[in-house]
Ligand binder design. Structure first.
Ligand code: QAP
Ligand code: CO
Length: 168
């Protein structure tokens, strides 16, 4: 297992559109395990492969209180089950320290493959529905700040760039 480096906004690699996964093998399961370790250590509740500079359609999530419900989504697709939007204060491991309200469909049906390459379907609401939509956005090169006003997004970008200059 290994802790992976997480790309931070506005790194242009976060804008990469991830490619579908055609074989679920041990090498992929190694990446999945590393992503869980990275997410739990952060700590976070969701991580997309894009964030660790792996441009494949893979997401890991655990929204449980006690980190006991790891969920793997390979080639995930989400379809809204309602027109109704819910508002949630989102954060992101790639945008550390910033949280803003985002509106998304409240209920979605997700189709994906599990870590054995077996297809499954899941109807979600609440935090899990927010999280899976947020993570699928990453696979399409999209970030939660894209839903904010250009002014808010630019302020966050400038603050993070400044922090990153001090770190490097
Ligand atoms: C996405 O985000 C998410 O700023 C997952 O300093 C977030 O795990 C989906 C984190 C909210 C739905 C609702 C963020 C950790 C973790 C930070 C995360 C930070 C440390 C974010
Ligand atoms: Co994120």
């Amino acid at each position: 297992m290994a802790i992976l480096d997480i790309l931070e906004f506005p790194d242009p690699r976060l804008r990469t559109v991830a490619k579908p996964i055609d074989t679920v093998d041990d090498a992929l399961r190694q990446t999945i395990d590393d992503m869980f370790e990275t997410m739990y250590e952060a700590p976070g509740i969701g991580l997309a492969a894009t964030q660790v500079n792996v441009h494949r359609r893979l997401v890991v999530i655990d929204v449980s209180e006690d980190k006991s419900e790891p969920l793997v989504f390979i080639n995930p697709e989400a379809e809204p089950l309602t027109q109704e939007l819910g508002e949630y204060q989102e954060g992101c491991l790639s945008i550390p320290g910033f949280y803003e309200k985002v509106c998304r469909p409240e209920r979605v049906r997700v189709k994906a493959l599990d870590r054995d390459g077996k297809p499954f379907e899941l109807e979600c609401d609440g935090l899990l529905a927010v999280c899976i939509q947020h993570e699928i956005d990453h696979l399409d090169g999209k970030l939660f700040v894209d839903y904010l006003s250009p002014l808010k997004r630019d302020r966050i970008k400038k603050k993070l760039e400044k922090q990153q200059r001090h770190k490097a």
